[in-house]
Design a protein around this ligand. Structure first.
Ligand SMILES: Cc1cc2nc3c(=O)[nH]c(=O)nc-3n(C[C@H](O)[C@H](O)[C@H](O)COP(=O)(O)OP(=O)(O)OC[C@H]3O[C@@H](n4cnc5c(N)ncnc54)[C@H](O)[C@@H]3O)c2cc1C
Length: 487
């Protein structure tokens, strides 16, 4: 056991953990970050799910496949002809892998620069005996272990794909997100179980590259977390323009492997038996919190009935000086939410260490943006119409379509709209919902507006560059008081 006592030990180096460790170091705390992730070559790779098999690689493939799709389907409208357009999937995957490596190595450099000690291995919280002044953490790597000590612990161990009881993931024919991001050729027939964010993004990648994609979703409606009008528009564009087959309200009976084929036996929403035969099947039915090997039982660290570590609004667990952030706790499973919690906890620990009494600010989930990087993209922040109706809140609506926007027309990307929901009396913005080109970028303005309690009138007062996609947001805000100009 090392005699050094760290101020903070962070377990997990995903966007929750590595950001927490860097912020701790910036604040002058002596921090160590322990992570067990290994890449396909068996080498330690920082960044967790997000960098290795999540946000970054999926966006790399979405970009590549979008380019292929544009050249094939949209270039001719610009007078550009491209003959014999083909895709070299291994090159596309290698590009994605290079981006991932650059970023994961970048975190190692950030750790060095900020003097965060990085340890590879599994971190296990050892049982704390009565009067011990610090937590002891066993770091195990290749059957060797070392024990370190820290005054504060931040658990940021993330999540893993939820398994399906019907079939095991082999990442050959039945794939999780890691397998779906590493295919070396375009499957002719691809099945996706789950029409959530991951299922839609993965389905979009391989559809754009030419696969016939069928998505099976157990929920009765499509994208139930989104505003109903946005979900309806998305389903219409995805089925009519993108060519995704989306079946909701299904019930799976069995999944069998036969030769090179995966056979899904299910009942459709009318309870009629159906068979789907595909070459590859992506299972994207959600993710579960990862507390394996963390030592939660020994310490009686409380988890809820779904396995999430229980925390209060400041990410405090039931154990003294032990915090948990990111996918392993309640709230949206989003990288930026994990990072935000990591920063907040680091600042809270600094307050404690310096003897400040400030409680700090709890994170407001209502102003956390959601994005789905399909084509068109979907993004939202705040409450949707069905939530406002259910809460009995009176609201006004302003809406503007991309088809009436000059920049969208010039780009040839005219699907979708932006909708602003504002309080009937105070005009305060309660929610903003977007479907259309680059709304992953446009949503930030809405987040800022909501964070600073803006009214639709405040947004209407801001001059937006012309011609730009941001004018759609401006016009939607003007529309709240029925004064949109270009419609
Ligand atoms: C395909 C896909 C696409 C996604 N796209 C987006 C997106 O576009 N935008 C977005 O916001 N979110 C996206 N997400 C979600 C995002 O990846 C997660 O919300 C985010 O990674 C959570 O961060 P985290 O730090 O909590 O955990 P993770 O990123 O899961 O990191 C946890 C780390 O802890 C390590 N670990 C676990 N247990 C231990 C232990 N006992 N000891 C040591 N190390 C341990 C793990 O190996 C891992 O490295 C996507 C996810 C997937 C799967």
């Amino acid at each position: 056991m090392t005699t050094e006592i760290f101020d903070v030990a962070v377990i997990g180096a995903g966007p929750g953990g590595y950001v927490a460790a860097i912020r701790c170091a910036q604040l002058g705390l002596n921090a160590v970050c322990i992570d067990e992730w290994k890449n396909g070559k068996g080498k330690p790779s920082l960044g967790g799910t997000c960098l290795n098999v999540g946000c970054i690689p999926s966006k790399a493939l979405l970009e590549s496949s979008e380019n292929f799709h544009h050249i094939q389907h949209n270039a001719s409208a610009h007078g550009i002809s491209a003959e014999k357009v083909s895709v070299d999937v291994p090159v596309m995957i290698a590009r994605k892998d290079k981006i991932v490596t650059t970023f994961t190595m970048g975190i190692a450099s950030l750790f060095k620069k900020n003097k965060v000690k990085s340890m590879h291995g599994r971190g296990t919280l050892l049982k704390r005996e009565g009067e011990e002044s610090a937590w002891r953490i066993k770091v195990t790597h290749d059957e060797q272990s070392e024990i370190i000590q820290a005054k504060h612990v931040i658990v940021a161990t993330g999540s893993t794909p939820r398994p399906l009881p019907f079939v095991a993931i082999d990442n050959d024919r039945v794939l999780d997100n890691a397998g779906a991001l590493a295919l070396t050729e375009v499957p002719k027939r691809l099945g996706v179980i789950g029409a959530g964010v991951i299922g839609l993004e993965m389905g979009s990648v391989w559809r754009r590259l030419g696969a016939e994609v069928t998505i099976l979703e157990a929920m009765p409606d499509f994208l139930m977390a989104a505003d109903e009008q946005i979900a309806k528009e998305a389903k219409s564009v995805f089925t009519k323009e993108t060519g995704l087959q989306i079946n909701t309200g299904i019930k799976i009976n069995s999944i069998k492997l036969s030769g090179q084929t995966v056979i899904v036996d299910y009942n459709n929403s009318n309870n009629e038996p159906q068979i789907l035969e595909v070459d590859k099947l992506i299972v994207a039915v959600g993710r579960v919190p990862n507390t394996q090997g963390l030592g939660i039982e020994d310490n009686e660290l409380l988890v809820d009935e779904r396995g999430f570590i229980m925390v209060d609004q400041f990410c405090r667990t039931n154990l003294k000086n032990v915090y948990a952030v990111g996918d392993v706790v309640r709230g949206p499973m989003l990288a930026h939410k994990a990072s935000e919690e990591g920063v907040a906890v680091a600042e809270r620990i600094e307050n404690i260490e310096k003897g400040y009494s400030s409680e700090g600010e709890a994170i407001d989930f209502n102003v956390i943006p959601w994005v789905i990087y399909t084509s068109p993209e979907i993004a939202w922040v705040g409450k949707n119409e069905q939530e406002l109706k259910a809460a009995g809140i009176a609201y006004k609506v302003g809406q503007f379509p991309f088809i009436a926007n000059g920049r969208a027309r010039a780009m040839g990307e005219t699907s979708g709209f932006i909708k602003v929901l504002a309080d009937e009396k105070s005009d305060r913005v309660l929610g903003v919902h977007m479907i259309g080109p680059h709304v992953s970028e446009l949503i930030s303005e809405a987040v800022m507006a909501m964070k600073f309690s803006a009214s639709s009138q405040d947004i209407a007062c801001i001059v937006h560059a012309h011609p730009s996609l941001s004018e759609v947001f401006h016009e939607a805000a003007l529309g709240v008081d029925k004064r949109a100009l270009h419609i």
